[in-house]
Design a protein around this ligand. Structure first.
Ligand code: SF4
Length: 456
């Protein structure tokens, strides 16, 4: 007679993950580590032995959201450990919520795990300890964020990331490529490369080489891009590889041919933040001397389908009407595909707060409305030009059949990163479609943000 196997009682962790994709990657790492230590995960507050809140502390509004999330977790469960960017402000957290069990900062994986061990000691057992399991992912299985470095060597006047996260610390190139290979083998069809400054990858470790697949590969954005472009999914497809937070350093030119060859997704996320040389100087932005408009032109000559996304801040201290008009004129010329605009908001601890000539709130609002008007018009025209074309689309969601039996699906073109860009809405999708499928879609219609079409 067989003895029935019973797993020991596993402690359960609840997780509330706030903030940007980089914070999401941290949450995944923490959960992966905790599962290796024998923890299980709770679906709701009530089932958790302890709740982790991974906070964002970048803007005051994000801090408020973080404090509210901590408050909710305390009210619903009572046993709460705080981590993430706002963890650097432990006093403010404890003042608002004295009953939190522990507060740790961004990337303090060891400290979070230790705090969990202390407040909800793990059950030990041979089955828990020995079963190998894949890494935990909080994003859908078909796309994954891949973090290549932490921190930043710049000191932009509006940003406190370097003080929150420290100087640039790049991962080894072989570790990055191994993780990418593992993710693709496990079903990832789209890799999103993230960091604070992807173009600077490897600077801190002098672009050290590591052996990879029989050759030496440098910790450098261009080598990394070339290797990522060589990955194949289990069914032999080239996965989409999207580069985020790329500053226009000269070597960025070298990845454009890889995009033209179809090895990298023709998409660059370049946070320009402004165009006026005077404002860029006040902002202390890196790589602002580059002749960006000329370079955009030459990139488009090499890879006509390249999509450029960027973000801009309006109402930065010292921005005059003339500077702002310069930005609008620049945008008309640059014809960027996707633009996010933000009104300047002082962040506690940022150098920009002390700058003279702060812009009145009413003026910021007015400039924000104007920049949105221009960028939406450009976006609408760019999307309208895609009507009639057939584009590859990655499927994110497949709906239920309606009363006529039609199924709708939502996906993204190569010009759309998840969560920040637009979508492609499909009608009459086949029932066999699943998230992660990459299909050819004939575009039938467009608005200012999204495309609409059918499978070709
Ligand atoms: S480049 Fe500037 S904005 Fe970006 S993380 Fe570094 S300091 Fe902040």
């Amino acid at each position: 007679m067989n003895t029935p196997l019973t797993l020991p009682d596993q402690k359960k962790i609840g997780m509330v993950s706030l903030g940007c994709p980089k914070a999401l990657v941290d949450s995944e790492r923490i959960l992966t580590r905790l599962r290796a230590d024998g923890y299980a995960f709770a679906e709701d507050y009530a089932g958790a032995d302890v709740v982790l809140v991974n906070t964002c502390g970048f803007l005051d509004s994000a801090k408020e959201e973080s404090l509210a999330a901590i408050g909710e977790a305390i009210a619903e469960n009572g046993r709460v450990i705080v981590t993430g960017c706002m963890g650097e402000e432990a006093d403010a957290i404890r003042a608002a919520h004295p009953s939190v069990l522990a507060v740790t900062g961004a990337h303090q994986y060891e400290q979070v795990v230790e705090a969990v061990h202390l407040h909800a000691p793990p059950s030990q057992g041979p089955f828990v300890d020995l079963i190998p399991q894949p890494d935990i992912k909080l994003t859908p299985r078909h796309y994954s964020y891949l973090k290549i470095s932490e921190g930043c060597n710049h000191s932009c006047a509006f940003c406190i990331i370097p003080s929150l996260r420290g100087k640039l610390a790049s991962r080894r190139i072989d570790a990055v490529l191994r993780e990418a290979e593992k993710l693709v083998a496990a079903g990832t069809r789209e890799l999103l490369i993230i960091s604070q400054d992807t173009s600077a990858y490897g600077v801190d470790i002098r672009h050290e080489s590591r052996p990879w697949k029989g050759q030496d590969v440098r910790a450098h954005m261009t080598d990394m891009a070339r290797e990522l472009g060589g990955l194949r999914t289990p069914d032999g497809q080239t996965p989409w590889v999207r580069l985020h937070y790329v500053y226009p350093y000269p070597h960025v030119d070298q990845v454009i041919p890889l995009m033209a060859e179809g090895l990298l997704t023709p998409y660059l996320d370049i946070p320009f933040q402004h165009a006026s040389p005077k404002v860029l100087k006040l902002m202390r932005r890196p790589a602002n001397e580059a002749k960006v408009l000329e370079r955009l032109k030459s990139w488009r000559e090499i890879c006509p389908d390249i999509a450029i996304r960027s973000s801009f801040v309006v109402g930065f201290p010292g921005e005059t009407e003339e500077d702002f008009r310069y930005l609008l004129d620049w945008l008309e010329e640059a014809q960027l595909d996707r633009v996010g605009a933000f009104r300047f908001e002082p962040v506690e601890g940022a150098a920009a707060n002390a700058l003279p000539d702060q812009v009145a709130e009413g003026v910021k609002e007015e400039r924000y409305a104007r920049i949105m008007e221009v960028t939406e018009r450009i976006s609408a025209a760019k999307l309208a030009a895609k009507v009639g074309r057939t584009l590859p689309v990655i499927i994110d969601e497949v709906g239920e059949p309606d009363e006529d039996g039609d199924i709708g699906a939502t996906g993204r073109s190569q010009a759309d990163a998840p969560e920040i860009d637009g979508a492609v809405y499909l009608r009459s999708a086949p029932a066999t479609l699943v998230p992660g499928d990459i299909v050819s879609v004939r575009i039938e219609d467009a608005d200012a943000h999204d495309l609409f079409g059918v499978i070709a």
